[in-house]
Design a protein around this ligand. Structure first.
Ligand SMILES: [Zn+2]
Length: 438
């Protein structure tokens, strides 16, 4: 019997959880209803020659909203996400003001569903003032989890001492995401350097031991409390090695920058536009990150999209702002790594879709399978293109990957059965929704 669908995606090579298959995908009411679908549909997308991936997720962005819209905002950041081939982003809480209470959360939940172009999850920040409330806040609609800045970063959220960190771990149950750098070590080492030193001193100040010590302290507390942890942007060979003994409690993120850029090259080329936390380090750490990806130790890949004005990035070190843009370039760069043989397309999809869905407990996201949201990223694995700053829609207007030649490009995004990006243009009106979490 011929079925009727709202949407049929035909002839594409679908990246399914169990392998790749050239097949048709049938969609009804915003959900995938059949693979190998035959029948008629209100809309047909011919994906011949393309790969059909489940909608990709960037679980680590800072869209700065509320904050400074001349640098970034949710409308511009989510538009960049779509143009870069993402269907969903999880947004960090260190905005101005920070998202640390019910009032801001309610405002943002409402605001996102009015202005976001892609689906979103929201982190709630842990601050000294809200520790007893975290168990309630983490269950809010659209909340992907609690974020703890255990080492200094942009914004006023920081909890650096063991006693307070333990209290955070004992308030609530879901997996907590950590920025792991030891604040005491960072403060102690700051005096060793002076203004105007080379930008590469960023990785001397925030050295391997600062990250490794932070992670050791967090793992000891996670073991003591039994609270699951997600270590964001793991950046050292030492941490990768160490985390193997904590897989019962810990999941790990790697940033695309730490898989793509390395010192001293990146600092010589980009100066302040290479400065981020934790820093980009030597090539041995980049290779350790790839080994960890290929060993299955890494669960998610993020961009840590953290825009600043050009002016703030051009100040002398260490007064230049830390953080790099990346939401729009994440997918192209990862596709390029696939084409260079660094990882398989299936592994990339696991890291950029299934992984985030598992780690954060997203419902209806993470696989191309019946019953899941009809979110798709269509990619042309053969398309060649150079990353140009003129393509970047973030108002700050720059990317640390300008000039990079890419093979493999996202050419379409479909969210809950609706085509929202095709060939370098967003379509219709913003229709992003909050993701549901377990
Ligand atoms: Zn971040």
């Amino acid at each position: 019997m011929a079925e009727t669908y709202d949407l049929l995606i035909t002839n594409g090579t679908c990246v399914l959880p169990w392998g790749q298959e050239q097949t048709n995908v049938g969609v009804r009411n915003g959900k995938i209803v059949a693979l190998g679908a035959q029948g008629s549909a209100a809309e047909v997308i011919d994906a011949r020659g393309l790969h059909v991936l489940p909608g990709l997720i960037d679980p680590h962005v800072h869209l700065r909203d509320p904050g400074d819209a001349t640098v970034e905002s949710i409308p511009t950041g989510t538009k960049g996400a779509l143009l870069g081939g993402l269907a969903c982003v999880f947004d960090m809480p260190n905005t101005t003001p920070s998202l640390i209470d019910e009032k801001m959360l309610t405002w943002k939940q409402d605001y996102v569903e009015k202005v976001a172009w892609c689906d979103m999850g929201l982190y709630v920040g842990a601050a000294r003032s809200n520790i007893p409330a975290l168990g309630g806040l983490e269950c809010g609609c659209g909340v992907c989890g609690i974020k703890v800045f255990a080492g200094s970063s942009t914004g006023d959220l920081m909890i650096e001492d063991d006693e307070s960190l333990e209290k955070v771990m004992r308030s609530g149950r879901r997996r907590i995401s950590y920025h792991s750098e030891d604040e005491y070590r960072l403060q102690a080492r700051k005096g060793m350097f002076k203004e105007g030193d080379p930008y590469s001193n960023h990785m001397m100040w925030r050295d391997e031991e600062a990250a490794f010590l932070g992670t050791r302290r967090l793992m000891a507390l996670a073991r003591k409390t039994g609270r699951p942890a997600h270590i964001l942007h793991v950046s050292t060979a030492q941490e990768f090695d160490y985390l193997k003994d904590y897989r019962d409690l810990v999941t790990a993120e790697v940033l695309v920058n730490h898989l793509t850029q390395f010192a001293p090259d990146v600092y010589e080329r980009l100066g302040g536009f290479a400065v981020m936390n934790p820093p980009i380090r030597g090539k041995e750490h980049m290779e350790a990150a790839w080994r960890a990806v290929n060993d299955g130790l890494v669960d998610t890949i993020g961009s840590d999209h953290a825009p600043h004005s050009r002016e703030a990035k051009m100040r002398p070190w260490p007064t230049c702002a830390s953080g790099l843009t990346g939401v729009q370039t994440l997918v192209p760069i990862m596709l390029n790594h696939v084409n260079n043989g660094r990882l398989s397309l299936s592994r990339m999809v696991d890291l950029m879709c299934g992984g985030p869905a598992r780690v954060y407990g997203a419902i209806g996201k993470g696989r191309l399978a019946a019953g899941y949201d009809a979110d798709f990223t269509l990619v042309d694995m053969k398309r060649q293109r150079r990353i140009e700053e003129s393509w970047i829609v973030s108002p700050c207007g720059w990317t640390p990957f300008a000039g990079m030649d890419i093979t493999g490009w996202p050419v379409g995004v479909i969210i809950r059965g609706k085509r929202v990006m095709a060939d370098d243009a967003v379509i219709g009106e913003p229709s992003g929704k909050l993701v549901k979490f377990r």
